[in-house]
Design a protein around this ligand. Structure first.
Ligand SMILES: C[S@@+](CC[C@H](N)C(=O)[O-])C[C@H]1O[C@@H](n2cnc3c(N)ncnc32)[C@H](O)[C@@H]1O
Length: 282
């Protein structure tokens, strides 16, 4: 190896991309090794990683079912349903439920759970950006701030898709990161051997993590460069942050006319000062 090689690799590692220049969500969620660990995070009942803690999910689903009057006559679709923690609970209300996710591990787990519990849920393994259907829904959900991982163009596309998939009078429920969270972000750089106990690879790897903050756009990026013996991968974890006005603007631009703010997807009253908030758009 020459100095030039090392210099060029380090330059790439430290390069600051344009906001949302690369979309690598699939390498985080569908990689065979990584997605197994993501599934363990989802299923850990007590932590807010990948999914929220399960007592919160129970409370959230109770609120969703009563707030939206879910039952035999209604239908719900959950974008980025993961292993079905919301969809399986929602299905118990009798509502028709569809869950979409591109993680094979999560969808397999969700299907097995539904079968074990005798629940009817339509699980679709697909990239939700490309998902099309002739079905229409009373409620569309996208939970755990997945909306924030999308670029402005992808978000506009998803909101247009959501509108076209709603029955008359239907609603979208989603949550986002707030500017309070953005204020707490700091740029940083470090590297580690077998970072997070080998989270990134079953083999030995060096993982460089560069955190960038895009002040004007209110975007944060954790860029991971994972170097193994025979390959280099870069994973970009983008997060858009919103205040009520900026989120409202995107929803109104997409043709929604009514927007209600909540503290979270369990229907708690909206308060300023938290790292996340939720909306219902109609
Ligand atoms: C943060 S997790 C939240 C999972 C679930 N909503 C919950 O709260 O338990 C995001 C989920 O979205 C899925 N996902 C991310 N981008 C996706 C895409 N483009 N198409 C389909 N699924 C996607 C991931 O596989 C993951 O299961």
């Amino acid at each position: 190896m020459t100095c030039k090689n090392i210099f060029d690799v380090l330059k790439q590692i430290n390069h600051r991309p344009r906001p949302f220049e690369f979309y690598t969500a699939d390498s985080l969620w569908t990689d065979e090794h990584i997605s197994k660990q993501m599934l363990q995070f989802h299923l850990d009942k007590s932590v807010d990683m990948a999914s929220r803690n399960h007592p919160f999910i129970d409370r959230s689903v109770d609120w969703i079912c009563s707030h939206f009057n879910l039952g035999a006559e209604t239908s719900v679709v959950d974008f980025g349903c993961g292993p079905g923690l919301y969809t399986s609970r929602l299905a118990k209300s009798g509502t028709a439920v569809t869950g979409i996710d591109f993680s094979g591990n999560s969808i397999t787990y969700a299907r097995e759970t539904a079968e074990k519990e005798g629940l009817k849920v339509n699980y679709v393994q697909a990239n939700y950006l490309d998902f099309e259907t002739a079905d229409r829904y009373d409620l569309i959900t996208m939970i755990m701030c997945d909306f924030c991982a999308l670029s402005p163009e992808q978000r506009a596309k998803m909101l247009r898709k959501f509108r076209s998939l709603l029955k008359p009078g239907g609603a979208v429920l989603l949550d986002v990161y707030s500017l309070v969270r953005f204020a707490g972000l700091e740029e940083s750089f470090d590297y580690d051997f077998n970072r997070f106990d080998g989270f990134w690879s079953p083999d030995d790897s060096y993982c460089f993590m560069n955190s960038f903050k895009y002040e004007n756009e209110k975007v944060g990026l954790d860029k991971y460069t994972i170097i193994e013996k025979d390959r280099i991968r870069v994973v970009y974890n983008w997060l858009q942050h919103f205040d009520a006005d900026s989120l409202m603007r995107e929803l109104l631009d997409a043709g929604f006319t009514e927007v209600e703010l909540y503290k979270n997807v369990a229907g708690d009253e909206f308060e300023e000062g938290h790292t996340e908030f939720a909306v219902i758009a109609r």
